[in-house]
Design a protein around this ligand. Structure first.
Ligand code: DC
Length: 232
């Protein structure tokens, strides 16, 4: 391995179970966890607060100084945008949609790539998103692509939002999800797609524990072999 510790990339669409699985896997391995979708959501929030819309004709120009100065920090479950706790706001359905739209812009992707590569440079991290295995760390030691049937994903997302006090219906969640899948997979830059060397896991009928177990089954033998090699 070229880095001290491996990078584990987990990509997939909304509701495939990436976040819960990635967090649990990171905990089990003693690795850091980075939710890159939350970073795009932070950008969307910063843009909305500055009155910038993804439809503005000069959107990238207007975003330039926001992107240059942006500070995104994770503190446990919390996310801080320029020092301010925006954890609750980032889960608004409108922010998910805006994040998807801003994430199609080259300047936004370039800035996030820079921050994400810096965060993962030493390895020892589980990074989840849409393009980690294809664009951010195409040389990641382990890559997983999580999928699930669209209705199952919509139900999971709906239950999650309901728990957080959301009032959106399951049908609305399904419609938004289909639209977001279309946009994230159809964009020109770093679209959502499985890296050729990623292991695909269909979580439709699997519990989170089973998903994490499938990942560990791939990872542990190689990590242990690398440790043995170091000791020898
Ligand atoms: O994972 P999420 O739903 O919080 O992500 C929000 C949006 O951010 C998603 O619809 C597309 C974008 N995104 C991206 O383009 N690349 C990533 N690595 C992560 C998220």
């Amino acid at each position: 391995m070229s880095r001290k510790e491996p990078i584990i990339a987990i990509d997939g669409p909304v509701g495939a179970g990436k976040s819960v699985a990635a967090r649990e896997l990171a905990r089990a391995l003693g690795f850091a966890y980075l939710n890159t979708g939350a970073m795009y959501r932070a950008v969307a929030l910063a843009a909305r607060e500055a009155g910038v819309s993804p439809d503005d004709p000069n959107v990238e120009e207007r975003l330039a100084s926001i992107l240059r100065g942006i500070r995104i920090k994770f503190d446990g479950e919390k996310i801080l945008l320029n020092g301010r706790d925006v954890t609750a706001k980032k889960d608004e359905p409108e922010i998910g949609d805006l994040a998807s739209r801003f994430s199609a812009l080259g300047s936004v992707r370039a800035r996030m790539r820079e921050l994400q590569r810096a965060a993962g440079a030493d390895g020892g991290v589980v990074m989840e998103g849409r393009d980690i295995g294809t664009a951010i760390f195409p040389d990641a030691e382990f890559k997983f692509f999580l999928v699930a049937d669209v209705k199952t994903r919509a139900r999971r997302r709906f239950e999650e939002l309901k728990k957080k006090g959301g009032t959106i219906t399951e049908q609305e969640v399904l419609e938004q999800l289909v639209e977001r899948d279309r946009r994230d997979s159809g964009r020109e830059l770093a679209p959502l797609k499985r890296a050729d060397d990623a292991t695909e896991i269909d979580s439709t009928k699997l519990s989170i524990d089973a998903v994490v177990a499938a990942m560990k089954a791939k990872i542990n033998p190689r990590i242990n072999a690398a440790k043995d090699l170091k000791r020898a």
